[in-house]
Design a protein around this ligand. Structure first.
Ligand SMILES: Cc1cc2nc3c(=O)[nH]c(=O)nc-3n(C[C@H](O)[C@H](O)[C@H](O)COP(=O)(O)O)c2cc1C
Length: 165
């Protein structure tokens, strides 16, 4: 799959449509598509994510607490705001026919070192980007099942509260 500057700008523009606390826009993205760096980054993946080695691009999603509102002791908004922006990006990618899977299964320190991400930043997720394929040979049996059928969600009454928690 060819990665173009137009595609990257399109994904980034859709991410930044998102709202953020005080319009701080705490999100940062590294779009990794050069074969040499991608191959290095594959080495940072956990064993269960070796399917991701087929990726045409990996998007590193980065932020830190200080880039966004911190209200009181517990409300740190950088993860929420970066998550909202990244969800917009994933929706846009899906609209363009891409498959974009966020993952948490990688070595944080290794991936940060490979991409030159400063020590104080948090590498929140890697988004594995590719085109949909019928070749599922890289997947475990369990992964093949979940790829064909979306995992069950909770019943609404397990998380929807009316008027009172
Ligand atoms: C924060 C986060 C971390 C995830 N980490 C992994 C992972 O390490 N490996 C993996 O195969 N899937 C991981 N997933 C799940 C895949 O991205 C999943 O296939 C994708 O979200 C589609 O799921 P759905 O069919 O339930 O919507 C993660 C998802 C999220 C949101």
């Amino acid at each position: 799959m060819e990665i173009t500057n137009e595609l990257i700008d399109d994904l980034a523009k859709n991410a930044q449509l998102s709202a953020s606390c005080f319009n701080y826009q705490p999100w940062n993205y590294v779009f990794v598509y050069e074969k040499e760096i991608l191959t290095k980054l594959f080495d940072a993946l956990k064993e269960s994510n070796l399917w991701a080695k087929k990726a045409s691009m990996i998007i590193a999603v980065i932020s830190k607490k200080e880039l966004d509102c911190v209200i009181g002791k517990s409300r740190e908004y950088y993860l929420f705001d970066t998550g909202m922006a990244t969800a917009n990006m994933i929706l846009r990618g899906t609209e363009l026919g891409l498959v974009m899977h966020p993952i948490a299964g990688y070595s944080h320190s290794k991936a940060k070192e490979i991409l030159g991400i400063p020590e104080e930043m948090v590498l929140i997720t890697l988004i594995i980007v590719g085109k949909k394929t019928d070749d599922l040979s890289e997947l475990t049996e369990k992964q093949k099942i979940s790829e064909g059928k979306r995992p069950l969600r909770k019943a609404l009454n397990e998380f929807v509260h009316h008027n009172h928690y």
